[in-house]
Design a binder for this molecule. Structure first.
Ligand SMILES: C[S@@+](CC[C@H](N)C(=O)[O-])C[C@H]1O[C@@H](n2cnc3c(N)ncnc32)[C@H](O)[C@@H]1O
Length: 205
């Protein structure tokens, strides 16, 4: 555990699924897309990484999967266990995950997590995931987006946030052994804050 990990936990405890976060309009579109892309899961196994307060877990449960959730924030883990008594919740750092040789998941979801992994950590995780699943739903925070540009320009990017460009990310996925079958951009006009802390709107939703 290092300082950055504590900062990640503190940051998301305040901001994740916070109704005051003006970026929610983008997260809602992303979530809706993920929900639609998850195939029916009766009798199947799913792994959700960086589960937060459990939005993606709820979609997997709703589709009928037997779900394992991995999250390193102890408060979120408590919340996940309370909300989803049938889900196996692992309080672990995704960077330390190791899977049994025969372990397989029908789908792995990794939504809004990659921005907390540096390139080396991301590549290591993708390589492990390619061995345990044939279907990965994953997203990045695009370094070329207006939002990323603005946050960088103002010096507001947290040091635990890593942005990637889609071309590099495609390459990392392919190097790990995945073939990209579907991709979509979300939030062409990202609502952007005038002030740090995302409290004031510059562009209304
Ligand atoms: C932006 S939230 C996304 C939550 C959820 N995936 C969703 O889309 O609703 C990112 C979550 O990943 C967790 N996280 C970040 N780095 C992690 C790591 N190395 N291991 C486990 N969880 C991590 C954070 O604690 C946070 O709950």
């Amino acid at each position: 555990m290092n300082m950055s990990d504590d900062e990640i936990k503190e940051y998301y405890s305040e901001w994740w699924e916070n109704p005051k976060d003006i970026r929610n309009v983008v997260f809602d579109s992303l979530n809706e897309l993920v929900r639609r892309r998850i195939p029916p899961g009766e009798g199947k196994k799913a792994l959700d990484l960086g589960s937060g307060r459990g939005r993606i877990v709820s979609y997997l449960v709703e589709k009928g999967y037997d779900v394992t959730a991995v999250e390193f924030n102890e408060d979120f883990c408590r919340e996940l266990k309370r909300k989803f008594p049938d889900v196996r919740v692992l309080q672990e750092d995704v960077r330390n995950l190791n899977f049994d040789e025969n372990e397989r998941f029908d789908v792995v979801t990794c939504i809004e997590l990659v921005q907390n992994l540096d390139k080396k950590e991301l590549l290591a995780l993708l390589t492990k995931l390619a061995k345990i699943t044939k279907l990965l739903l994953i997203n990045i925070s695009n370094r070329n987006s207006f939002h990323a540009w603005w946050v960088n320009l103002r010096g507001w990017r947290n040091k635990f946030v890593f942005n990637y460009i889609p071309e590099d990310f495609d390459r990392y996925l392919e190097e790990a052994g995945f073939r990209i079958v579907y991709r979509r951009g979300i939030g062409l006009v990202t609502p952007i804050s005038l002030f740090s802390g995302f409290k004031g709107k510059l562009i209304p939703i």
